[in-house]
Design a protein around this ligand. Structure first.
Ligand code: SAM
Length: 216
């Protein structure tokens, strides 16, 4: 067994998936390894642990999301978490995972991965600020990983949160400090859960967030 095989086995023990989903994920990983030679889709040092550091880290959001059908992932990069959740939810009727990624080469990778995996994905090669208002209606869940500190992340996610979407954000252990900073400018109803895959990782579930109106 290679180190990648054992990483994959460990990831799938943490976040089990169906045989069909595993096959789709294997195809995504193979494509990512190929494209990674020319584009930095993930930190090169994390490639040997791609299954735990990236795939399982993304999959752990699926049970937290509930029965949603319209999911938007902001700043998807190499597809984490959005592409991976689309692979896990590919058989859900009416599923659409919208991946917003401003880097056109990464967006091209996401499109190719969605095509080969026949995933329920819409790729928007655009800046979030430019498209959020148009795509927000009907979005039930907004996710992001490694996109921005929480106050800025809420600015970007607010068009979706304002229309009733919940937020699922993969953060680091500093999330408590980020929440303290955020409370200066937002009224936020959120909870923190520990990551299954990374002892220092935290998942922030945002039920509601409203900007505090500056005093006149
Ligand atoms: C640090 S990477 C994280 C990628 C991925 N979410 C992950 O965790 O592996 C942040 C990504 O967000 C994209 N990004 C940053 N600001 C953006 C914006 N305003 N609109 C769209 N994409 C953005 C970048 O191009 C980059 O691919």
């Amino acid at each position: 067994m290679t180190s990648t095989d054992s990483d994959r086995a460990r990831a799938l023990r943490l976040t089990p998936v169906s045989r069909e989903t595993e096959d789709r994920l294997v195809a995504i990983v193979a494509l990512l390894e190929k494209w990674q030679r020319t584009i930095n889709l993930i930190a090169p040092a994390s490639l040997p642990q791609i299954w735990t550091r990236h795939i399982a880290d993304s999959l752990q959001l699926v049970p937290l999301a509930g029965e949603v059908r319209r999911w938007v992932d902001l700043g998807s990069g190499g597809g984490f978490p959005g592409l991976v959740v689309a692979a896990a939810l590919a058989e859900r009727d009416g599923m659409d995972v919208i991946l917003v990624e401003s880097d056109t080469r990464k967006a091209a990778f996401l499109r190719e991965a969605a095509r080969i995996g026949e995933l329920p994905v819409t790729v928007l090669p655009a800046r979030i600020e430019q498209v959020a208002g148009q795509i927000a209606p009907g979005v039930e869940l907004v996710s992001a990983r490694a996109l921005a500190p929480l106050p800025r992340l809420l600015d970007l996610a607010y068009p979706f949160l304002a229309q009733g979407a919940r937020g699922l954000f993969l953060k680091g252990q500093d999330v408590d400090n980020e929440l303290t900073e955020t409370a200066k400018s937002w009224r936020i109803n959120a909870r923190i859960t520990e990551s299954l895959t990374d002892t220092s990782g935290r998942i922030l579930t945002v039920e509601t967030a409203e900007p505090l109106t500056p005093a006149l």
